[in-house]
Design a protein around this ligand. Structure first.
Ligand code: NAD
Ligand code: DAU
Length: 347
C-alpha cells in the first residue's frame, strides 16, 4: 500500500509519518511537503533512511507537479495535513491560506478523482480542526453535528476545504473521512503557537504576550495521541464519517501560562515567580474565539481511541523535549521568523 502524507515535515505531520513508517513496514509512506517556514526535515531525521519512506519536496498548489506525482507513485490513500496553520498569520495574510488550504486541497482531490478507479481500496483522509465550529460560550462541547461557523481566515479556509472534501465524496464518489481535532502541543511544535512560543521566551527571558485578558479557553491534546488517533481512523474509520478528536482537557490560557511558568522556574532552577513576571497582557487577537471544547466520545466508543497521557505528563514531556533540543529551537527561530515575530509584537 502506498500512503501519501502531505505536510509530513510539519508539527503533527512528522509524528504521523513516524508512526506509520515504524508501525507498518509493509506500507510505503510518501511525504509531500513544500518545506515552508513551518516544515523542517530535522523533525524526521531519525527515520529518514527507512526503507519504506520517501520524501518528495513539492508544493500542493502546483497542479502539474501534484498530478505527475500521483501518476508516478499511484498513491492508494492520502492523509492530508499540509496547510498554513497559524491563526495570527491568517489575519495578516489570508490569501496564503486560501491558496494552500483551499486550492491545494482541491488539487489533491482532483488528482484522486482522476486517478482512482476502485473506490474500495482508496481513502482521502482530511486532517481538520475544531476551529471550523467557531466559538463556544461557557457551556457545551463541539460534537460532529455542530454546525460550521468559522471566525478567522484560517478557520474559514479549513471549513471550506472540509466542504470540498465532502462535496467530492458526494458528487464524484471520492472516498473520504474528516477528523476535527482540538489544540495540539508537544515536541516539534513551531514556536509561534502559545505553548512553544512561551517555552522559548521563558528560556530567553523575553516577554510572554497574553492576548486580551487571558480568559480564553482551549482544549489541549498531546500530539502523539493525535498521531495515534489518525492511525486509528486511517485503519478503522468509516468512509464518509467525521470524527472529533480531543482530550476533554480545557484550560484557560492564563491558568495554563501560570502552570507553565511554575514548571519552567523549577526546571531552570530559577526562583518561583521569575517566569510569571515576564507575562504582559497585550492587544487582543481580532475575532478571538472565546472557548473550544471537543466531545470526542464518538471516536472513543466506535473506534476505541482515547488519549494515553494526562496534560501534566504531556506538558512535562514537552518542556523536557524543548530543554533538550535548544539547537532545534535556535534553527527554526533564526532567519525570517525573527523579522515576523518582531513585526507582530511591535504593532
Ligand atoms: P504546521 O504548520 O506545523 O505544518 C504544516 C506543514 O505543511 C509544514 O511542514 C509545511 O511545510 C507544509 N506546507 C504548508 N504549505 C504547503 C504547501 N503549499 N505544499 C506542501 N506543503 C505545505 O501545521 P500543524 O500544526 O502540524 O497542522 C497540520 C494539520 O493539522 C493542518 O492541516 C492543521 O489545520 C491541522 N490541525 C492542527 C492542529 C494544531 O493544534 N496544530 C489542530 C487540529 C488540526
Ligand atoms: O483548535 C485547533 C487549532 O489550534 C489549530 O487548528 C491551529 O492550527 C492551531 O494553531 C491552534 O489555534 P489557536 O489559535 O487556538 O492556537 P495558538 O497557539 O495560536 O493560541 C492558543 C491561545 O493562546 C489562543 O487563545 C490565543 C492565545 N495566545 C496565542 C499566542 C501565540 C496568546 O495569548 N498569546 C500568544 O502569543
Amino acid at each position: 500500500m502506498n500512503i501519501l502524507v502531505t505536510g509530513g515535515a510539519g508539527f503533527i505531520g512528522s509524528h504521523v509519518v513516524r508512526k506509520l513508517v515504524t508501525s507498518y513496514p509493509e506500507y510505503h509512506i510518501y511525504n509531500i511537503d513544500a518545506l515552508t517556514y513551518a516544515g523542517n526535515l530535522e523533525n524526521l531525521s531519525d527515520i529518514e533512511g527507512a526503507q519504506n519512506y520517501t520524501f518528495l519536496k513539492a508544493d500542493i498548489t502546483d497542479i502539474a507537479t501534484i498530478n505527475r506525482l500521483f501518476t508516478t507513485y499511484k498513491f492508494d490513500k492520502v492523509v492530508h495535513l499540509a496547510a498554513e496553520s497559524h491563526v495570527d498569520r491568517s489575519i495578516e495574510e489570508p490569501l496564503a491560506f486560501i491558496k494552500t488550504n483551499i486550492l491545494g486541497t482541491m488539487n489533491l482531490l482532483n488528482a484522486c478523482k482522476s486517478i482512482w478507479q476502485d473506490d474500495k481500496k482508496h481513502l482521502f483522509y482530511h486532517i481538520s480542526t475544531d476551529e471550523v465550529y467557531g466559538s463556544l460560550g461557557n457551556d457545551g462541547l463541539f460534537t460532529e453535528n455542530t454546525s460550521y461557523s468559522p471566525n478567522s481566515p484560517y478557520a474559514a479556509s479549513k471549513a471550506s476545504s472540509d466542504h470540498f472534501v465532502r462535496a467530492y465524496g458526494e458528487t464524484y464518489g471520492v472516498p473520504y473521512i474528516i477528523s476535527n481535532c482540538s489544540n495540539n502541543y508537544g515536541p516539534n511544535h513551531f514556536p509561534e503557537k502559545l505553548i512553544p512560543l512561551f517555552i522559548n521566551n521563558i528560556i530567553e527571558k523575553k516577554p510572554l504576550p497574553v492576548y486580551g485578558d487571558g480568559n480564553y479557553t482551549r482544549d489541549w491534546l498531546y500530539v502523539i495521541d493525535h498521531a495515534y488517533a489518525i492511525d486509528t481512523i486511517l485503519h478503522k474509520g468509516v468512509i464518509g464519517e467525521t470524527y472529533n478528536i480531543g482530550g476533554f482537557n480545557e484550560w484557560k490560557n492564563i491558568d495554563l501560562v501560570k502552570l507553565l511558568c511554575t514548571i519552567m522556574d523549577d526546571k531552570l532552577s530559577r526562583k518561583r515567580g521569575t517566569s510569571e513576571s515576564l507575562i504582559e497582557y497585550v492587544k487582543d487577537r481580532p475575532g478571538h474565539d472565546k472557548r473550544y471544547a471537543i466531545d470526542s466520545s464518538k471516536i472513543n466508543k466506535e473506534l476505541g481511541w482515547k488519549p494515553s497521557v494526562t496534560f501534566e505528563e504531556g506538558l512535562m514531556l514537552t518542556i523536557d523535549w524543548y530543554l533538550a533540543n535548544t539547537t532545534w529551537l535556535k534553527n527554526v527561530t533564526s532567519g525570517d521568523y525573527q523579522a515576523y515575530y518582531t513585526k507582530m509584537y511591535q504593532s
